[in-house]
Design a protein around this ligand. Sequence first.
Ligand SMILES: CC(C)(COP(=O)(O)OP(=O)(O)OC[C@H]1O[C@@H](n2cnc3c(N)ncnc32)[C@H](O)[C@@H]1OP(=O)(O)O)[C@@H](O)C(=O)NCCC(=O)NCCS
Length: 181
Amino acid sequence: MILETPRLLLRPWEESDAQDLFEYAKDPRVGPIAGWPAHKTVQDSLDTIRTVFSVPYVFAVVPKEVGKPVGAISLQLGSNSNFPLPDTEGEIGYWIGVPYWGQGYIPEAVKGLLRWGFADLHLEKIWCGYFEGNQKSRRVQEKCGFTYHHTNQDILWPLTGETKTEHISCLTRQDWAASQP
Ligand SMILES: CC(C)(COP(=O)(O)OP(=O)(O)OC[C@H]1O[C@@H](n2cnc3c(N)ncnc32)[C@H](O)[C@@H]1OP(=O)(O)O)[C@@H](O)C(=O)NCCC(=O)NCCS
């Protein structure tokens, strides 16, 4: 399935995207702050496409004017998410390559996913988290209408083996609908 926003296509990952994924996922400013280790080889990127990115619903973020993936966004439902959620709720996660920071691409992608999640999948709530200190991600969530819900102090994050504090925000279908023109 492909979702379209004014400047972006959100489409499934393909194995042939491995080199493009590696280009951005090798940068240590991207993965660790989102909870995954920087990729060391193109094979790491291919393995990620075959495993983590092959589940529903993980999308490549493809700016139309670029024509190739420069980031990723996911909507994980119920028990597929990092939170103990019922099937009527989901969690959004995202990142984008450093050269594309600050252009509002991820807020645009999140808003596209919110529309799909609430209007088409009829979800009740969508959640989003960020690690303590990640002000860029906090801003994305604010700009997309999420509000602070709770904090998980000092949780062990298995992918990196680090202990982190995570702030969790939430958007309900009612609040999302009320914000639509
Ligand atoms: C967080 C992230 C997804 C934001 O995506 P984006 O498309 O750049 O989002 P925006 O353009 O709305 O920028 C968000 C904020 O980042 C900051 N920012 C923008 N460009 C920046 C740059 N070049 N350097 C540092 N900070 C920058 C600004 O504070 C901006 O907020 P503002 O619009 O109020 O000024 C992106 O920075 C990223 O991938 N970071 C690394 C991975 C990550 O943190 N993922 C989220 C895990 S919860």
